[in-house]
Design a protein around this ligand. Structure first.
Ligand SMILES: Nc1ncnc2c1ncn2[C@@H]1O[C@H](COP(=O)(O)OP(=O)(O)OP(=O)(O)O)[C@@H](O)[C@H]1O
Ligand SMILES: [Mg+2]
Length: 261
């Protein structure tokens, strides 16, 4: 039996009666307590695979399982953060964080405790009583992250969580994610377009080919020697960083040019 938090076995996903092949015969194991990034050109099936893992959709062929149990729908063991802000505008920040726990049936005192803990972790304690309309984009996204973490999923699925944010806020959010990974020990799958973000946050990068999505490369970030860097600049000067960046840019160019020609 598989001991991986997620095993993807020969999975294909087709849409429009097979006219669109989003994923073509993918096989992949996700390792526990590691950050795995999915990267690749637009339309290569990254979100599709994440949604299949979340149980929001089903494969056309193949199997996805968690510790040997087939994924049959969404579950509290898997928490997803989407690219677009997903707070409820009529609830305060703390009520937004509490909402998911309430559905799960978490006791009131514990809900309060967890809300406080996770709002602190995403640096939003001062805004507990504010409404989403009073927050910036980055702050709204931090509410979504706190809400998902508060439901204690073992597996955190992040689909371009900073895609709508400007560069400086993204940078702060990336450093915050490192803090969270270090303190909460989670298995994370991060979908991103951003090569630097993938190298900074991931232990392993899965590079998708252009459509139909297959695995082009499975790259271990060995040059980090298992370390996570709280300050992004500490990673940039590390030996091996520039080579990894070049490899990924080259792969991205190959896939994008193939798409155009
Ligand atoms: N519900 C759907 N119905 C039809 N086609 C779909 C559906 N969802 C996704 N697709 C198609 O599947 C392919 C993969 O889409 P997906 O959203 O997984 O790509 P992606 O890699 O996440 O791209 P991006 O980087 O632009 O977010 C695309 O061609 C898309 O049009
Ligand atoms: Mg996507």
């Amino acid at each position: 039996m598989s001991t991986y938090p997620i095993s993807v076995e020969r999975v294909s996903k087709e849409y429009v009666n097979g006219a669109v092949v989003a994923l073509d015969d993918m096989t992949l194991d996700i390792e526990e307590n590691k950050v795995t990034a999915f990267i690749g050109p637009s339309g290569c099936g990254k979100t599709t695979l994440l949604r299949l893992i979340a149980g929001l959709e089903y494969p056309t062929r193949g199997l996805i399982s968690s510790y040997g149990n087939p994924i049959e729908g969404p579950g509290p063991d898997r928490g997803m953060v989407f690219q677009a802000y997903t707070s409820y505008p009529w609830l305060t920040v703390s009520a937004n964080v509490e909402h998911g726990m309430q559905i799960q049936g978490v006791r009131k005192e514990e809900r309060k405790e967890r809300t406080e803990h996770f709002l602190k972790l995403v640096h939003l304690s001062k805004f507990a009583k504010a409404y989403p309309s009073e927050l910036s984009g980055g702050m709204k996204q931090r509410v979504a992250i706190a809400r998902t973490l508060a439901q204690s999923p073992q597996l955190l699925l992040l689909d371009e969580p900073f895609g709508a944010l400007d560069a400086q806020v993204t940078w702060e959010m990336e450093e915050m994610v490192i803090e969270i990974i270090e303190s909460e020990s989670k298995t994370v799958i991060l979908v991103t377009h951003d090569i630097q973000e993938a190298i900074y946050l991931a232990d392993r990068i899965i590079f998708f080919t252009r459509q139909p999505g297959k695995i082009k490369a499975d790259l271990s970030m060995d040059f980090k020697e298992g370390k996570r860097f709280l300050r992004k600049e500490d990673l940039l000067s590390r030996e091996g960083y520039v080579d990894m960046e070049k490899t990924l840019y080259r792969m991205m160019r190959e896939e994008i040019q193939g798409q155009i020609s």
